[in-house]
Design a protein around this ligand. Sequence first.
Ligand SMILES: [Zn+2]
Length: 142
Amino acid sequence: MALCGITYRCGHTDTVEIKGINWFGRRKKKAAWYGTIDCPACRAAKVRRELNSLPALEGSDEQVARAADIREKMMELLEMLDETQEDHDGRAESGATEERTELADRTSAWLKAQASASWWVDHQEPVHAILDAQEALRGQGD
Ligand SMILES: [Zn+2]
């Protein structure tokens, strides 16, 4: 266990606890990984900006209120997935990765365009929502 000073991609710094034995510079690698992601505050700000740019939800007041929460959690998740993806891109340059990135981008765009409050209420499980979005994209015939 060790406390490490790290610098996020956004330039903000923090001290984090990196657990485990420091085999083969593992700790240094983990610390370097933080340099590839934004700090939690910047990530939250990015999600807020993203939410502001989304279409207004349509449905009853109750549905819209519930859907807004569900959609916010989904945007946080997409933001995290996006960063993991970027991390992968840096390491692997295979065609499969590119394809996956493309699908992830299209899925995320589809979800962002989804304005039906009842759809979000029906897809509270992120995995469910992502699978459904990909199903809809396949239905568009490509
Ligand atoms: Zn930051």
